[in-house]
Design a protein around this ligand. Structure first.
Ligand code: 5GP
Length: 190
């Protein structure tokens, strides 16, 4: 998606060979017009797949997921993050290791909102090593729901998440694919 790649070139900051900062338009301040285009692009790529729900993680997945949900006309569920959970009744629970914070947290979705009839599109802001995606896949599996695919705003293709999800047979659609962040430069794959 060219508009997204241009935004990354113009406003992204390479923090290290592994981390890209995009808090000017995605992770802190949000560019609503760009988010709308992102939602439209996801909706086009997953049109006609019988999707009934979108699932994402708080907080940065919510904006692109809501825009895609608006286009597809389906509800959006964000998995909530907890440091610890004592009451786990009626919740699907999974642990996730945070790439940016380097800590583990617990993700939860209420069983009220997701069930075996659902066909889910999973959306997240970044795909790095795939921990977040696998935790969401686990939660969706607990509900007995099926997965139509995974929509990612920015994929860092040099980290292992994408390759693993491909091997496991998931359809992954990434709107910007980064091949390298070496020398402070963002190099896109296509
Ligand atoms: P993964 O779980 O695939 O290793 O990492 C994905 C999650 O970590 C995303 O939900 C995102 O919040 C965060 N993340 C991973 N890489 C980056 C990055 O380069 N920049 C930012 N801002 N967040 C990232």
């Amino acid at each position: 998606m060219e508009a997204l790649k241009q935004k990354i070139r113009d406003e992204g900051t390479v923090l290290s060979e592994h981390v890209l900062k995009v808090d000017a338009f995605l992770n802190h301040q949000i560019d609503p017009a760009l988010m709308q285009q992102i939602g439209h692009e996801f909706a086009q790529r997953f049109a006609g797949q019988g999707i009934t729900k979108i699932v994402t993680i708080e907080a940065s997945g919510i904006a692109p997921a809501v825009m895609a949900g608006l286009e597809l006309g389906v509800p959006v569920i964000f998995a909530r993050k907890y440091q610890s959970l004592t009451l786990t009744d009626n919740l699907y629970i999974s642990k996730v290791f945070s790439f940016t914070k380097q800590t583990e947290s617990t993700l939860a979705i209420s069983s009220k909102h997701l069930n075996a009839e659902d066909h889910v599109l999973l959306i997240d802001d970044f795909l790095a090593n795939g921990h977040a995606a696998h935790a969401l896949i686990d939660l969706i599996g607990q509900a007995g729901a099926s997965i139509a695919g995974i929509g990612v705003v920015i994929e860092k293709s040099f980290q292992r998440g994408r390759a693993e999800l491909d091997e496991q047979g998931y359809r992954v659609e990434s709107l910007a694919r980064i091949g390298s962040l070496k020398d402070g430069l963002v190099s896109f794959i296509d």
